[in-house]
Design a protein around this ligand. Sequence first.
Ligand SMILES: [Zn+2]
Length: 119
Amino acid sequence: MDELTDAELTELHRVIQQSCQELEELLDSSKESSQPVALDEPIGRLSRVAAMQQQQMAVASRQAQHQRLQLLSNALQSIERDSYGICRICEEPIGYKRLLVRPETPFCLACQSRSEGER
Ligand SMILES: [Zn+2]
């Protein structure tokens, strides 16, 4: 796998910043639906259960978005430190195509699938 060119790095930087912005907007707009369901609201038992399930799903997806945002900001930092695109485990270049799809990933495909296989 080749190391990133300046043009590729610039493009990935743009992609990461854009994803960060989208995630922040998403997190902002889903703030309300992840609030705990008010128990005194007169919505009936069944719809309360549905509302609580919906709220739990909103919380779970917000957690995943938070996590991704964290990884993306780590990626931005490693661009600044000139260490972006290098696998944290084997220290080989991750590859532009993989980074375009998952710009927040700190691992190459081989190390990623290895660690997922262990789980
Ligand atoms: Zn690796």
